[in-house]
Write a protein that binds this ligand. Structure first.
Ligand code: ADP
Ligand code: MG
Length: 646
């Protein structure tokens, strides 16, 4: 909010600066045309325009010179000083004016782009109402503390991240995630800053305030994104560094050959590689801005360029291709000791502290009979395998075959056959085992069923997931891309379940039963085989693979942290269709950048040629030079319009 004001003031100042230079120049010209004033007066006015306009440019040039760097401002300064030295005050002033005007226009256009991104934070209200007992008081947003109860009415923006404690309503998340339909939320649900309450009334307990809110983090990411240069940009920067001194030498040579100082000055003016230097960053900012409006955060030019070159897209299964909203479909107790309820209750204790979609499904199941789940004393997550906990003297193990094997717990052939049957249908089967001397705390049961109590499987639970509605269509879009894109499925789930899902989605490259480290290794193998890989995942267990792939894409990550940090692209909503969109945007951006560089080089060298031949004047040179910069910027702006795909 404050920053916007500052930026506005600085633009305002720039406008006054440009106008002042223009007025001085106009005055100088008019006085010479219409009055017979001594030339000295009009020259002084033009000189004043040159100095007042050129002063900041010269300061920058001198500062750079101290670091032994030749920058564009160096060329302009030398050109202006030389023009003044030969008495071309009017021309010197005009060249400076054109440069300032061009920079001002560039500033305005680029600011338009940034607005697309920055809009979010400015929408956060400055004050909010919070509940203190029975009273509602208005306080500054900056003064909200964790635990405060914020009262939100329809039409208001939610200022912080929090959990609804009272009320219900439809929340419009479009500004954050780009989703157009409001989502229904009620007590217990999380809400995020930057979203709007469309209908209803809410009381929200603040969980993240200030720098930790979703909006603040998004802003921070975008700001960082701009400082991360694309590889193409680095090449151009390096080139520009040698280009400027080369132009100086060339101008001197032309002067020595022709003794025409005006030609040499004109060369300095047209040769400024402004368009070249602007080509990449403007395209990157425009593309990032376009994506941000759709709830897609791209972490900078490197990520964008990588997105344009992807040849293989690897998907995680649970939570990425599937909804991750698993449902318990069958519970099979293994011994007489336990009934179905019993098995699920044991499992619930083990999963109580887990964040995995499987855990949520189990906890949802026991909630049906309002079972109060005891907190385990000791909780260990085995990524990609399951969980192990201790509850009093009971050791509970819930997970897949490899976790069981690690615990030296055997599976009977009968259970194995049963599990395979369920898995062939695409279900995930959890094995529940426990060990204790005192089976479930009841000594008498121990005698009846010894093998159930020692260290044994007490049941298996089958869970089914549903494939995301847009998964099929998205994969089809990927297959139909102009740039051929291969698709792979990497999952920690077992091979049969994975194959069943893969068959339905027509994916033929499948790797299953992967631990997080295996996923990473598999990605490395693809990279070694020459593929440019994008890994699409949702969970913490995908983080290493996301970081390893050429492009890590985290989906459905509104509110989760680790995956976001490991990824290059973060899709805040749950829309898989954004994946091909990101790849296409990257491709388009790379094209626009190449166009810009090609155009700038061609235009620049053409103009240098004309200037060396003495075919253009200083003033024309300045105008053409600015036009080339503006053309490059406008070309980049094309990226702002991100096409919708059906
Ligand atoms: P994906 O790669 O499909 O996202 P994960 O790597 O998260 O799958 O998990 C792989 C397998 O590990 C699961 O199919 C399950 O068998 C087991 N597993 C992981 N986490 C848990 C958990 N919290 N409880 C039980 N089993 C789990
Ligand atoms: Mg997952």
């Amino acid at each position: 909010m404050k920053q916007n004001n500052l930026r506005f003031i600085s633009r305002y100042k720039e406008a006054i600066h440009v106008s002042a230079v223009a007025i001085l120049l106009a005055l100088s010209w008019a006085l010479r045309q219409f009055f017979t004033l001594p030339e000295l007066v009009t020259d002084y006015l033009a000189l004043a325009a040159t100095i007042s306009g050129g002063y900041p440019i010269a300061v920058k040039a001198i500062k750079a010179l101290r670091e032994r760097e030749f920058i564009i401002d160096t060329l302009v300064t030398i050109a202006a000083v030389a023009a003044v030295a030969i008495g071309d005050y009017g021309e010197a002033g005009f060249v400076i004016f054109i440069l300032l005007l061009g920079e001002f226009l560039e500033g305005v256009t680029v600011a338009k782009t940034s607005q697309a991104i920055k809009g979010l934070a400015s929408l956060i209200p400055d004050t909010v109402k919070i509940r203190r007992g029975s009273e509602e008081v208005e306080i500054a947003t900056a003064a909200i503390k964790i635990g405060d109860l914020i009262v939100v009415r329809p039409g208001e923006h939610i200022a912080i991240d929090g959990v609804i404690v009272r009320g219900e309503g439809a929340i419009d998340q479009a500004l954050v995630t780009g989703e157009s339909t409001p989502v229904e939320r009620s007590a217990g649900d999380k809400v995020y800053s930057g979203t709007i309450l469309a209908t209803g009334a809410l009381e929200i307990e603040a969980t993240n305030v200030g720098e930790d809110t979703t909006v603040a983090k998004i802003e921070q990411m975008i700001t960082e994104a701009r400082t991360r240069k694309a590889p193409l940009e680095r090449i151009v920067d390096r080139f520009a560094k040698y280009f400027v001194p080369a132009v100086l030498v060339f101008a001197v040579i032309v002067y020595l050959l022709t003794f025409d100082i005006r030609r040499a000055i004109t060369i300095l003016i047209v040769a400024c590689p402004c368009a070249l230097v602007l080509g990449t960053p403007t395209a990157v900012v425009a593309a990032i801005g376009a994506a941000a409006r759709k709830g897609i955060l791209i972490k900078g030019g490197r990520a964008l360029e990588a997105a344009g070159k992807i040849t293989t897209v690897i998907f995680d299964k649970t939570g990425t291709l599937t909804n991750g909203l698993l449902k318990v479909v069958e519970v099979k107790p293994i011994c007489a000791e336990h009934d179905e309820k019993n098995v699920v209750e044991l499992t619930a204790i083990a999963e109580k502290l887990s964040e995995h979609p499987l855990a949520k499904a189990i906890l949802e199941k026991v909630a049906e009979w309002e079972y109060i789940v005891a907190s385990p004393d000791d909780f260990t997550v085995k990524q990609g395998q399951g969980v192990e906990v201790r509850n009093n003297d009971l050791h509970i193990v819930v997970g897949n075959r490899s976790l069981l094997a690690e615990n030296n717990i055997a599976l009977s052939e009968e259970i194995e056959a049963y599990m395979q049957g369920r898995e062939e249908r695409g279900e995930t089967v959890l094995i529940v085992a426990h060990s204790t001397e005192d089976c479930l705390g009841s000594g008498n049961r121990q005698d009846k069923n010894k093998d159930c109590c020692a260290k044994a499987v007490c049941g298996v639970i089958s869970l089914a997931d549903t494939i995301k509605a847009d998964a099929k269509a998205t994969l089809q879009i990927l297959r139909n891309r102009k740039k051929r894109t291969k698709i792979a499925l990497f999952t920690g789930d077992n091979a049969r379940t994975a194959s069943s899902i893969a068959a339905e989605l027509k994916i033929n490259v499948v790797a299953a039963e992967l631990l997080p480290a295996d996923k990473t290794r598999k990605v490395e193998e693809l990279i070694a085989a020459g593929e440019k890989t994008a890994m699409v995942g949702d969970g913490i267990n995908d983080a290493p693979a996301l970081a390893t792939a050429d492009l890590g894409i985290a989906v459905g990550t509104l509110g989760s942290d680790i995956t976001v940090q490991a990824s290059d692209v973060t899709i805040l909503h749950d829309d898989l269709a954004s994946v091909p969109q990101v790849l296409d945007l990257g491709r388009k951006a790379v094209w626009v950048i190449r166009e810009n560089i090609f155009f700038a080089l061609l235009f620049n060298s053409g103009m240098i040629g004309l200037a060396a031949l003495g075919l253009i004047s200083m003033v024309i040179a300045a105008i053409f030079h600015q036009i080339s910069s503006l053309i490059v910027i406008l070309n980049s702006m094309r990226l702002l319009v991100m096409r919708k795909r059906s």
